[in-house]
Ligand binder design. Structure first.
Ligand code: ARG
Length: 588
């Protein structure tokens, strides 16, 4: 199905064309004066100059042309030359019925030219617990992935683990101090290494901060960790075996954590997977004359004439020959190109890493690691702050672990549900988890990704206002009406009739705009626009609901039509929250 605005615009464009004007002038937008009209077109204003005519004369002609069209209830020209449009109830009802008839896609067409897209998000660091900094990447990345996939693309989510570099050397060094007799440290050992890891996840999580602390204070310890990192990178067998253990233990723990967030990845690759690609990549950069030595380090120039800020060269290898974060990301591109040849790669990473990505993208283009037509997109997000406006911390000022944050949200939610007093403890517990996740995710996603936002537990968990729980309440309310209707009637084959009241028309109108809003959220990689849409849709439903006695309506046909509209609204809301990465409970 064509999106509603496109459909209306097309009809208006036809009118412009029929009257001898450029059809591009027929673009229609949702009115910003809903008291005056539903849609507006400013084409007559825009075209006045070209056609040497007063705008209202053009607008008059177009309005005349549209007045007989059954799509419109009214099309008026108003001075100085605007077109104010209202659509007809028949048209709207017909549109809603067509959407409802499409079980899977609610009328949404699939991308005509599907692309293969890799989304790089999550980015946790192995052996370190997930913290709230990784939360945004996971939440936004998952939503972007689901949206791009629903649009019809081939999408792979890649977690891109931070599993390389000094942190591994630190862990090895600390393990070595604690358990010097392990076979992994015996350089001459030839046999196979044990299957079982010589540590648990909790040990690992304690080992890393301990080692990192020691390394900051003790130079000798730091040197040992550097040495271990280097030997690991050179392929020392025992260290490689340890790395595998560290990875396996961490990954199974990470999977559990991401599952709690309803976040899943198709690829569990990491920085370490890119290492084998580094030598050949560096050689080629040198051979092609892009990489050169500067103060001992190997660099590639990335400055461009149009830069307004200083753009330092991108360092590829340090003077001791070791690889950096840049190197890994570039080698990862080499690997992705070789394995997947994606049309686009989207990085969902803290916006403070923007310079890093600008440099990487430029090197990748310049050295032809990626072909020119491949899209490289940096979707940088802002910081989640506490109520004091500073990056979110625990009460004692430490870094908040993700599981603790989730536990806090769930506890708050549970408290509110139990206060309501109509749910047994067990169901309340399960419901709190579902609603808590919605509170957390919606609280994040409803903000434009690039902006910082304040994590406000009270607001996020409130059932009123622009919150996840409010959206879920709306869904649950509709579900309960449908259930009661279903006790005596069937939900099959119901049809939406032309709206009889303004609030009914508003609701139908918003439902019909699902496709337009989905498309904007998809094209602009802007889940917050989908949030804004479902908030508006929920408001429209609640206004209608408060004005209308649905179940006690005596006119059965009317009642059935309302039920059909409710059912469509519910399906749109459920589809949307699924795309955003959360779900609704049966009751609340
Ligand atoms: N591990 C990094 C961090 O914690 C994020 C990785 C982002 N992705 C990337 N391809 N560099 O900061």
């Amino acid at each position: 199905m064509q999106e509603l605005l496109e459909l209306i615009s097309e009809r208006v464009a036809n009118a412009f064309e029929a009257a001898g004007y450029d059809r591009k002038l027929g673009r229609v937008t949702v009115s910003n004066r809903p008291d005056l009209c539903e849609y507006q077109c400013n084409g007559a204003m825009a075209g006045a100059k070209t056609y040497h005519k007063a705008p209202f004369m053009i607008a008059d002609e177009i309005a005349d042309c549209l007045s007989g069209d059954e799509m419109f209830a009214s099309a008026e020209s108003v001075k100085p030359g605007f077109l104010n449009i209202r659509v007809s109830g028949d048209f709207l009802a017909d549109y809603a019925n067509q959407m409802a008839a499409d079980q899977e896609r609610l009328g949404l067409e699939k991308e005509r030219n599907p692309r293969s897209i890799i989304i790089d998000y999550g980015g946790p660091n192995v052996a370190k617990p997930l913290h709230v900094g990784h939360l945004r990447s996971a939440i936004i990345g998952e939503a972007v992935k689901r949206i791009a996939r629903f649009a019809g693309n081939q999408v792979l989510g890649d977690i891109h683990l931070g599993d390389w570099g000094l942190q591994m050397g630190l862990i090895i060094t600390e393990l070595r101090e604690r358990k010097p007799d392990l076979v992994y440290f015996d350089a001459d050992y030839q046999g196979a290494y044990p299957e079982e890891a010589p540590f648990t996840i909790s040990e690992l999580e304690e080992i890393y901060p301990c080692a990192s602390g020691k390394s900051k204070e003790d130079e000798g310890y730091h040197a040992a960790a550097m040495q271990a990192t280097n030997e690991l990178q050179q392929g020392r067998r025992g260290y490689q075996a340890l790395l595998e253990h560290i990875l396996r233990v961490s990954v199974s723990d990470l999977k559990k954590n991401y599952e709690k967030l309803s976040v899943s990845f198709d690829l569990w690759m990491g920085e370490s997977d890119a290492q084998p690609y580094i030598p050949a990549m560096v050689e080629k950069m040198k051979r092609d004359g892009f990489a050169y030595l500067s103060e001992g380090a190997l660099v590639v120039d990335v400055a461009e004439g149009s830069d307004t800020k200083e753009m330092p060269p991108c360092m590829i290898l340090k003077s001791d020959g070791s690889a950096l974060y840049n190197t890994t990301d570039l080698a990862t591109l080499v690997m992705r190109e070789e394995r997947y040849q994606p049309d686009e790669i989207i990085y969902v990473v803290d916006k403070r890493q923007e310079l890093h990505f600008t440099q990487c993208f430029r090197v990748a283009r310049k050295t032809k690691i990626v072909p020119p037509e491949t899209g490289l997109v940096f979707l940088g997000f802002g910081t989640m702050n506490g109520r004091d406006g500073k990056p979110f911390k625990t009460r004692d000022g430490g870094v908040m672990r993700l599981e603790n944050l989730l536990a806090d949200v769930n506890a708050k939610m549970l408290e509110k549900i139990l206060e309501g007093g109509h749910m047994q403890k067990e169901e309340a517990g399960r419901t709190a988890e579902i609603v808590g996740l919605a509170a957390l995710k919606y609280g994040d996603l409803s903000n434009q990704a690039s902006k910082d936002y304040v994590f406000d537990l009270d607001r996020f968990t409130s059932a009123e206002g622009n919150t996840g729980p409010y959206i879920l309440y709306t869904i649950v309310r509709i579900k309960s009406i449908l259930k009661r209707y279903e006790e005596e009637n069937s939900l099959e084959g119901l049809r939406v009739l032309p709206p009889a009241s303004p609030s009914e028309k508003d609701l139908m109108q918003l439902a019909a705009r699902f496709g337009d809003n989905f498309r904007t959220a998809y094209e602009e990689l802007a889940p917050h626009k989908l949030c804004a849409y479902i908030y508006e849709l929920s408001n429209a439903f609640n206004r209608f609901y408060h004005e209308t006695k649905i179940l006690s309506e005596e006119d059965e046909e009317k009642k059935a039509s309302w039920i059909a509209l409710l059912s469509l609204t519910k399906r749109i809301l459920e589809k949307s929250i699924d795309l955003l990465g959360f779900a609704a409970p049966e009751r609340m």
